[in-house]
Design a protein around this ligand. Sequence first.
Ligand code: PMP
Length: 305
Amino acid sequence: MSDRDGLIWLDGEMVDWREAKTHVLTHTLHYGMGVFEGVRAYEAEQGTAIFRLEAHTDRLFNSAKIMNMPMPFSKEELNEAQRAAVRENDLKSAYIRPMVFYGSEGMGLRADNLKAHVVVAAWEWGAYMGEENLKKGIKIATSSFTRHHVNVTMTKAKSNGSYMNSMLALQEAVSHGCDEALLLDTEGYVSEGSGENFFMVRDGVIYTPELTAALDGITRKTIMQLAKDAGYEVREKRITRDEVYIADEAFFTGTAAEVTPIRELDNRTIGQGSRGPVTEMLQTKYFDVVHGRSEAHLDWLTPVA
Ligand code: PMP
């Protein structure tokens, strides 16, 4: 990823992609204390636009607050940095990665002599689970790894270190021939995927886990709104794995994964074993909104130009 042409925003300046470097004694590299975002820009009817930029930037600031990291830039500066990272790399659509990390000013865990640094990179990244899987759905397995506990790493922050758990779960699922993992919380209830929120549909009602052990996903919020706009009831509740086995439909949501249908969990076919009608309707609405094809929610798009 590091060897390509382009520009990366680093601490307030655009630097050459290959020169956007940090020292091996970078604190965050050693202990994982950092926070980040995953944002997407789409080629919309109105030109390239970032989807729900302000919500992502707000979550980045909340993540930093939870982790007690100082934020050296304002929200306006970081919004502008994200727009510039897409625009100045001439990207029509992009995945944008802002990250706040501690530098190499010291190594102690007190972190009292450290500076927080901010980077924003943007590059082209297609469907996270593959174009084909957006239609046919993915095969997933309940993970042997438990999702984070609110009193261990906390769960409202999108923090670098918490993705060790995600990687362990995903690699396990892939080694078992699956596309993604479904992680349960410390009490055994469904939490989320390694990088996605979970939804299921049963008897025309849409369910999603409460936000105790899952990230407060922006796509989750978007889908809940679009479902309500379409007249569906959305209930947040504790969900068990066996409820998922007998659901009519299930799907994951995330900035990277967008709306990805789930066709199988633990070798049990979910519903018809393909993208269900409610999933398809929400997926279509989601893609219409992010591409500016829908009159509703145009305020969720921030043009980069
Ligand atoms: N859960 C986890 C663990 C994630 O990494 C992500 C991706 N940020 C999500 C859920 C979905 O969040 P969002 O819709 O804001 O991308």
